[in-house]
Design a protein around this ligand. Sequence first.
Ligand SMILES: [Zn+2]
Length: 283
Amino acid sequence: MRIFDPHIHMTSRTTDDYERMAAAGVRAVVEPAFWLGQPRTGAGSFADYFDSLVGWEPFRAAQFGIRHHATIALNPKEANDPRCREALKLVPRYLDKDSVVAVGEIGYDAMTPEEDEVFAAQLELAVDHELPALVHTPHRDKARGVERTLAVVRASGIGPGRVVVDHLNEVTVGAVQDAGCWMGFSIYPDTKMSPSRMVEILRERGLERMLVNSAADWGRSDPLLTLRTGEAMLAAGFSDDDVDRVLWRNPVEFYGQSGRLDLSETAAGEATFEGSSILRGGS
Ligand SMILES: [Zn+2]
């Protein structure tokens, strides 16, 4: 099974996770810029974080033969802090980087007027930079959040086929499918969405425009839930080709719209970072 995890926060994961992911068939990932738990207090913290998403983290992934790409944006939660909103000015510079394949995560957290403004501004950046957009949906008041998200996407003029609306469930998937956007599902160990529920959704709605990710962030999460979903699909009677479509060809098609996906093989351990090639065994 070859796996492309289209939404995973590797910054929060250990080197052991990279090792397990590579052994499980994960060959490519997209890491979206998001909040880090501890609130940031200024734009400088964002610059360092964005730099690590296009520098250090791809280097770390390459040690295990995994291709790492990023999406860059000011996240909705921190869009509410005027000190952080300064980071919006940094975003365009990063959208020009080779390994940045979308604008994201954008969208809503608490659905404030500040979030409205920053969401619309960053959809405009996606249009200007000819990049797809990754949209986070709020975990509270999900149905209303998705409805409002789709209205903002429509108003922005971006093609619905260039937008993935993520963290969906059985209640919210229908509106996103009808809108023509891509549908993202974050599979978690014990909340939000499980491999068996995901299989039911695929059975009901088909495989087109479906993206399955492990999110794997700072809460209880598991970077191998993409693999577990593939296994659950096979057990439910889906073919190897179906699994390959969902776990590999769909993310390649979606992020391929950036024109920047690099899926050439890397020999594990070949990469260098700012002149250093030592990671394993370093102190
Ligand atoms: Zn995320």
